[in-house]
Design a protein around this ligand. Structure first.
Ligand SMILES: Cc1cc2nc3c(=O)[nH]c(=O)nc-3n(C[C@H](O)[C@H](O)[C@H](O)COP(=O)(O)O)c2cc1C
Length: 204
């Protein structure tokens, strides 16, 4: 009987220690850096039909290098076409109407735990896709370091940094990075090098 009791106590202590260990491990691995991005698959300019979006490739590289958590901005209702010309029409209409398309919030982490947020999107008609403004206006990113990145086919950063700073008053916007979408699909090693050089200049 005594032996049974001892075994039971031992097992209980063991289980409690394991549980505590798991909690600690979770806390240790939780980053204070977040990568938020919007990106599309389907037919894209100069690259044909892609099954991983250009911006999502850069977002993965940033998260790999920094250990950041990730959040993909996905439309609540996905009415964006998967053919390039049709997509440009929808995007232009949204921009002209200053639309604020809704995004899915189910997997949005608690933003208060992050001090640095990398934020990326494709350049759409020289600007952030309108859904990103919905995000900036709905979520509290003030007081954080915000670091923009774009993928594009010629327009570069397109003032994403200044537009982000004015959409999120009280944030500290650092130097952004612009990568050619085509390079994401076809020259991935070069892109990784550019991403890593940019991160180390920023101190990450
Ligand atoms: C609606 C739309 C508008 C675009 N407007 C621009 C633009 O103004 N300047 C530019 O350089 N590229 C523009 N592009 C090209 C995209 O920025 C580029 O292909 C980007 O890498 C796509 O990223 P994604 O695969 O993450 O969605 C546009 C593409 C789309 C679909």
């Amino acid at each position: 009987m005594k032996l049974l009791q001892k075994t039971a106590v031992f097992l209980l202590v063991f289980v409690l220690l394991m549980a505590a260990g798991t909690v600690c491990a979770q806390n240790e691995t939780t980053s204070d850096i977040l990568v938020i991005y919007f990106s599309r698959t389907g037919e894209q300019y100069t690259v044909g039909v892609i099954d991983k979006g250009n911006t999502s490739i850069v977002a993965d590289m940033i998260a790999d290098a920094t250990g950041a958590d990730m959040f993909e901005v996905l439309p609540e209702e996905d009415y964006y076409p998967y053919t390039y010309n049709a997509l440009t029409d929808v995007a232009l209409k949204e921009q002209r109407e200053k639309a604020r398309p809704a995004y899915q919030k189910e997997n949005l982490p608690d933003l208060t735990q992050y001090s640095t947020v990398f934020i990326g999107a494709p350049v759409w008609w020289g600007d952030w896709p309108m859904i990103m403004y919905t995000f900036f206006e709905n979520e509290d990113l003030s007081g954080k370091k915000l670091i923009p990145f774009t993928t594009h086919e010629g327009s570069g950063l397109s003032g994403f940094d200044k537009k982000l700073a004015s959409a999120v008053p009280g944030s500290d916007v650092l130097d952004g990075l612009a990568i050619r979408g085509n390079d994401c699909q076809n020259r991935r090693d070069n892109v990784r090098t550019a991403v890593n050089e940019w991160l180390s200049k920023l101190g990450y």
